[in-house]
Design a protein. Structure first.
Length: 395
């Protein structure tokens, strides 16, 4: 935590808070969501305004449902913090916020010119990391190098403003339609383990075969693998169904198709998972947004920069295993390490151990029954002595 240096006017709880960002793409909004939660937890009674000074914000569009109750007001494309010509007009002039004053302003960007323009906004306290906090009303006693992860940098600013550790706890607001859909696709009574094998590039993907082997281990333990495939990974649906005929692929369901590739659907599903495994990809941030216990797998990309901020999480780096040969190849992460992490998080997060054991036992019985009666299922040997289930059960 960053400890604030007391300055005149730094005391008291702010009644109005302005957060300045340049803009928020969808991916930015997912990364910043823990900050939005921590902001509301720090200032539960404040009027919180989110100002996108140079562009649009996903919080006014696709991600608006996720910040309901967290952010009171989103102002986009305000033309604030763009150019020195703004000095010729009053601060916030020409925007929907003209004439407003804020008890606390948090500047989340680090361009000194923009910060100088923002400092003109009428305020009680101004917090910014630009120029090594030299323009900020509150400064850490020993400024450190900026945290590599955007989410962590934002939390540092909030801790400086509030004087206490950031609390990212929280779950997405309820959505009756999406919650009902998720409940139909993942009914009560079983423990679901999410597997998200996709990423924006093959170099960031743990091998699909490993995910399938992990899914088979979950089936053997009485749990249900839930394989989350995005629009670009639909070609994997057939091999997944062949290898794991009892797995669920909810995003390929006909019930989901009319909603399109919405992150809100994935988040609603993730709320019903007991644990999930994901690569360095947007879906990992969706799991974190759902407060789902998460295992993040990293290889060539730096975990310290891109790992989701999740309340209950494990990060496994390929570089930490001999199999990666020091190059960070995702295949270097052993199956056993991921399987062990799944068991650890399941043990830590089980609310009712006896209920979890009953659900797993029921799952094992159901799995065994299906294997005995499914006429289309056969076990075939694979190279290396491994086997897989081949079946045509529709999911």
């Amino acid at each position: 935590m960053s400890r604030a240096v007391e300055t005149p006017g730094s005391g008291g709880t702010p009644g109005s808070v302005l957060i300045y960002v340049a803009s928020d793409l969808l991916s930015d909004g997912l990364v910043k969501l823990p900050f939005a939660r921590a902001l509301r937890n720090a200032f539960p009674r404040a009027q919180i305004t989110w100002l996108a000074g140079k562009g649009t914000s996903a919080y006014a569009h696709g991600l608006a449902p996720l910040v309901r109750g967290l952010i009171d007001e989103v102002v986009e494309q305000a033309g604030i913090g763009r150019h020195w010509s703004e000095l010729a007009r009053p601060a916030l002039g020409g925007s929907a916020l003209a004439g407003r004053r804020f008890d606390l302003v948090i500047d989340t960007q680090r361009r000194v010119g923009t910060t100088l323009l923002l400092k003109r906004i009428p305020h009680g306290c101004f917090v910014s990391g630009a120029a090594g906090y030299r323009l900020s009303d509150r400064r850490p006693p020993h400024p450190r190098r900026k945290a590599p992860a955007l989410g962590r940098r934002l939390l540092d600013l909030l801790e400086l403003a509030s004087g206490r550790p950031a609390d990212i706890a929280g779950t997405p607001p309820a959505d009756a339609q999406l919650d009902a859909l998720a409940a139909r696709l993942l009914p009560e009574g079983r423990r679901y383990v999410g597997l998200a094998p996709g990423a924006s590039g093959a170099h960031k993907c743990w091998p699909l075969e490993r995910y399938l082997e992990l899914g088979a281990a979950q089936l053997a333990a009485g749990r249900v693998p839930v394989v989350l495939l995005g629009p670009e990974e639909g070609v994997w649906a057939l091999p997944v169904r062949e290898a794991l005929p009892q797995a669920l692929l909810p995003l390929q369901s006909e019930a989901v198709a009319p909603l399109g590739p919405s992150p809100l659907v994935t988040i609603a599903l993730a709320r019903r998972l007991s644990v999930a495994v994901a690569n360095d990809a947007g879906v990992g941030h969706m799991m974190a947004a759902a407060d789902c216990p998460l295992i993040s797998l990293f290889g060539p990309t730096p975990a310290e920069k891109f790992a989701p901020l999740a309340g209950r999480a494990r990060v496994l780096r390929a570089q930490d295993f001999a199999g990666s040969l020091g190059g960070g190849e995702m295949a270097g992460i052993p199956l056993s390490a991921v399987a062990d992490a799944v068991e650890e998080l399941l043990a830590e997060t089980a609310k009712d151990g006896e209920t979890a054991r009953r659900e797993d036992a029921a799952g094992r019985e159901e799995s065994a029954g299906r294997e005995e009666t499914a006429e289309s299922t056969a076990v075939r040997a694979r190279p290396g002595g491994k086997s897989r289930l081949i079946g045509r059960e529709a999911r």
